[in-house]
Design a binder for this molecule. Structure first.
Ligand code: MTE
Ligand code: MO
Length: 166
């Protein structure tokens, strides 16, 4: 009997670990699909995020000049590092893909070195696809002037809907 109780306790603990390991399922429309070298999923080898899940991640704001807007703009959204934490990413690069199939490789080192934002808002309003939404890689250029170059402009993918960890 004691052994049975122990076994039940262990399997309950195992189940709790399994739940904690998995990501909650999206309830609303899927905004972002993350695949590749990730430990936490909520689908067939993928981690799908709706807007509420993105909003629940640690956020960052930056006011920055970019080549794409007139004057400094106020961008906000989850930290890319927080997103990668949430999916348990391992690897050295993330491939960021847009609705129009443009893609760029962002070294994980950028994300470890700088507070790169997966921006979903401009002036606190959700980015529409027309306005480079739903998601836009934003480097805090004005806070880290060394980032303001063609290399990082090329990594500033807009209209993102998928990320692959490699
Ligand atoms: N979705 C999407 N994001 C993109 C691009 C693109 O074609 N599609 N071009 C990239 C490149 S190569 C650069 S240099 C910058 C600037 O593009 P622009 O000069 O066309 O504004 O945006 C980057 N982000
Ligand atoms: Mo570019």
């Amino acid at each position: 009997m004691r052994r049975l109780i122990l076994a039940l306790c262990l399997s309950a603990a195992g189940a709790m670990v399994a739940i904690a390991d998995d990501l909650a399922a999206p309830q609303g429309p899927v905004v972002l699909t993350v695949s590749g070298a990730i430990a936490h999923t909520n689908g067939d080898h993928v981690a799908q995020f709706d807007q509420a899940m993105l909003d629940a991640l640690p956020q960052r704001t930056t006011v920055t000049t970019t080549p794409w807007y007139e004057g400094p703009q106020h961008f906000s959204g989850p930290l890319m590092s927080a997103l990668l934490d949430a999916v348990g990413a391992t690897g050295s690069t993330i491939k960021v893909t847009a609705l129009n199939d443009y893609s760029a490789e962002v070294p994980l080192q950028d994300i470890l070195s700088y507070p790169v934002i997966l921006a979903d808002r401009l002036d606190d309003k959700l980015l529409s696809v027309r306005d480079k939404g739903p998601l836009f890689v934003i480097y805090p250029f004005d806070e880290y002037r060394e980032l303001y170059d063609e290399v990082h402009f090329g990594r500033s993918v807009w209209q993102i809907n998928a990320i692959t960890v490699e």
